[in-house]
Design a protein around this ligand. Structure first.
Ligand code: ADP
Length: 498
């Protein structure tokens, strides 16, 4: 016979434990009769302990589910293990004595005893929590933005209807998926440890189920909850805004194009008229002298030279205008052949003799050895001619030097002057169409020469650069590959240039 002791018996300890549990605890026998309850169970269900003991557990199940309950019970008895009752997303309800029904969270544990398998059920009234959750969901649904909530592992745990209509997914296809699922490949790797939706890229896009990319603006907030630290992301579709921005930009471009065309028309008419006036005067004088029969070759020569200069100027201007329309329409084609750049530069400089005389700048040309390449002869002449004419025009009468060299398969033309120079802020824009950095009245011109040069150089696969300081002069350098333009730039296939 064991000695009597003061310690409580095991079963008493179990009862004490049940009483201390925060949930309503109900133990049922193999037939589903309630055999043990705690005080919380009395409180939650509104029955006294005496009323609960011996009662069928089905009495605690709402009417509409009662008939199915013995089946669930038998199922549990066949596979008894501790688990929450119902499926992961199922809503459970329980019935109080007064017939009212409440939302419940129930977990079940089996216990093998001499009387057979008993089941311990812990029941928690989650009405308040469910109400809060329902409110939270209603708020999410009422939000104007698409909302995507991700868990600590950056898996999607909640979405509102706006998110589904933005992303074209069914809710079940996204829940539990990594948040990267809704991002295009290039945004999946956010810098550092950052949440992928926190990507600071102003062009951030989300990827719709059909693969289309939608520009979005994202605001992120951390959300402390019972389930851990969630991330709350509000996504706003900004496609319309982007589209409006693009339309505004297009409109602005169109207005700019109209303005540029109007400017061009006024500059062009002025520029074309300038050589016409001396041309007309010289021609009229020659006519008058010829009619009077009082004329010698010596009288005619300077007039004929002036006429020739004016005609040449007109020819250049009209040539530039034609090139602009050709380049803009993508019709600048290259007639490629073997070209020797030294001899070509000699010819160009010789042709510019009258400008050299007029400006007073001496041109010093050096090309130590032949520089041969596969280029368009006429277009290369145009490059040298434009750069040397500019050096003479803006060179303030000081010497101009031209050098033609080759190194590592690249030909280099450098034209330097000691004239007015170009301010640093103007050096990039002068290669654009109609851009000038000098007053139009003092120096005539369309502001097209360098743009044409750049387009020809680029069509040959080369680059043009300027180095300059205001008041000290400029060096324009062109570098083109001797092997010729990259493939597909021959005259058979015109390159589109802008
Ligand atoms: P244009 O000479 O008809 O104005 P360009 O396209 O040839 O057109 O040149 C654009 C602008 O670049 C010129 O208006 C001028 O301001 C500047 N520029 C070009 N070459 C020189 C140079 N050698 N020295 C100083 N400024 C130059």
């Amino acid at each position: 016979m064991p000695a009597p002791t003061d310690k409580p018996r095991f079963s008493e300890q179990v009862f004490a434990l049940l009483e201390a549990a925060p949930d309503a605890m109900i133990i049922t026998d193999p037939e589903g009769r309630i055999v043990v309850v705690n005080a919380q169970a009395e409180q939650v269900f509104g029955y006294s302990r005496a009323e609960l003991l011996g009662r069928q557990v089905e009495d605690l199940v709402p009417d509409e589910f009662r008939a199915r309950h013995p089946g669930h019970r038998a199922g549990y008895q066949a596979h008894p293990r501790p688990r929450p009752m119902g499926g992961p997303a199922s809503d459970l309800f329980a019935r109080r004595k007064d017939g009212t029904v409440f939302s419940a969270e129930i977990s079940l544990s089996p216990m093998h005893t001499e009387e057979g398998l008993v089941v311990i059920a812990a029941v928690r009234d989650v009405t308040v929590r469910k109400k809060v959750e329902a409110k939270f969901r209603a708020l999410l649904e009422a939000a104007p933005d698409a909302i995507v909530i991700t868990d600590e592992n950056r898996r999607i745990s909640l979405l509102n209807a706006q998110a589904l209509s933005l992303l074209w997914y069914a809710r079940a296809d996204l829940l539990g998926k990594p948040v990267e699922t809704i991002l295009p490949e290039r945004f999946r790797q956010a810098p550092g440890q950052m949440h992928p939706l926190a990507n600071p890229d102003p062009e951030l896009m989300v990827r719709r189920a059909d693969g289309a990319e939608i520009p979005v603006e994202v605001s992120l907030r951390p959300l402390e909850t019972e389930e851990g630290l969630l991330t709350f992301a509000a996504l706003r579709d900004i496609s319309e805004r982007k589209q409006a921005e693009q339309e505004r930009a297009r409109l602005f471009e169109a207005q700019e194009a109209v303005r540029a065309r109007d400017d061009f028309l006024s500059i062009a008419s002025h520029e074309l008229k300038t050589p016409l006036t001396p041309l007309l005067i010289q021609a009229q004088t020659m006519l008058r002298l010829s009619r009077a029969g009082d004329v010698s070759c010596a009288d005619l020569l300077p007039k004929a030279q002036k006429i020739e200069r004016s005609v040449q100027r007109l020819n250049t201007l009209i040539g530039e205008m034609l090139d602009v329309s050709r380049i803009a329409a993508g019709r600048l084609s290259l007639e490629l052949g073997e070209v020797e750049l030294g001899a070509l530069s000699d010819e160009v400089c010789a042709r510019l003799e009258s400008e050299v005389e007029r400006t007073g700048s001496a041109v010093h040309l050096e090309h130590p050895s032949p520089v041969i390449g596969r280029w368009d002869f006429v277009r290369m002449e145009q490059i040298v001619s434009n750069l040397v004419s500019n050096a003479l025009k803006y060179g303030e009468g000081r010497p101009v030097s031209v050098s033609v060299t080759a190194q590592d398969g690249w030909a280099k033309i450098a034209v330097s002057d000691q004239g007015i120079g170009i301010a640093p802020e103007d050096q990039a824009r002068i290669f654009q169409r109609f851009e000038r950095a000098v007053p139009g009245r003092k120096y005539g011109g369309f502001g097209l020469g360098l743009w044409i040069v750049r387009n020809i150089v680029e069509a040959h696969g080369g680059v043009v650069r300027v180095q300059s300081a205001l008041g000290q002069g400029s060096v324009f350098t062109v570098e083109v590959p001797q092997s010729g333009p990259p493939k597909a730039a021959g005259h058979e296939e015109p390159r589109v240039l802008h």
